[in-house]
Design a protein around this ligand. Sequence first.
Ligand code: FNR
Length: 319
Amino acid sequence: MDYNNKLVLAPMVRVGTLPLRLLAAEYGADITYGEEIIDHKLVKCDRIVNDYLGTIDVVEKGTQNVVFRTCPEEQSRVVFQMGTSDAVRALKAAQLVCNDVAAVDINMGCPRSFSISGGMGAALLSKPETIHDILTTLKRNLITPVTCKIRLLKISHYTVELARQIEKTGVSALAVHGRKVPDRPRDPAKWNEIADVVAALSIPVIANGDVFDYEDIQHIKNATGASSIMVARGALWNASVFSPKGKLPWEEVKKEYVRKSILWDNEVKSTKHTLKEMIMHHSCLELPEGKAVIKSETLADLAKLYGEEEYFQFVNENR
Ligand code: FNR
């Protein structure tokens, strides 16, 4: 896995499932992260080869609940992101998926109370020993590359110190979201503080925050010195943000997202959630389209809504 000069789809809960990852890659993303999955959940899962779809599914034992779905086409670029607070459990969880993915990443930036109260996400930022324990345990025991994603600390100097400690664990790359834990998404990302980390490390740093157009990629590269750039909301709202030809009309991208969701039998909850996020940004959920998405119960309903009934039928007859 080469982390230099790459465009990266960021991890996004309930959004970064297989259809969006494949779509982003089609438009130019080189590396695509899956949504964060908590180790507690993973250790209760089985790895199942799904011959019907041609996928590898990680399924909660005794249920049909697909926690992670991937396919051979994305194996060389998909990153599995995990939430954890414990090295032994993290390793057990990572071992279930590590042979099907290009890298395993640990989320050290999530500010949600669920993560913090479990000692995961941004809670790790103030526990360098636990970070060391988790990353070195994974590094020693996996042949798959290991990375992590952090937020900025209160003072840039502290972020740089932590990043140096992380580098020493032997991780292949470090993604830095240019916001601090209390910052809200509307607060501007501090590209200058990402630059401090880039200047201090030898491993590739993936810069993340506030890239919404292809031109922003060059701006953040110039401002941070990072050669690899990670995009979250910009890609959720229009996955063609990765295309050097410029963004396609979002209606077109949305339709392609629906087709991919049908093709890969994506969980309807995740498909609806992603569509709602797209609609909320470009239009309004109160309008007929938004209301119809909310009312939809199946992929067949969504196929009908977006005029893809024939495609739905074709896919289901030819599997
Ligand atoms: C996120 N983010 C996130 N980060 C992470 O490490 N794991 C995750 O599962 C998620 N989930 C998630 C869901 C959604 C809907 C959004 C918008 C964001 C944070 C994300 O990866 C990124 O760091 C920030 O959004 C900043 O990047 P942008 O949006 O400014 O490009």
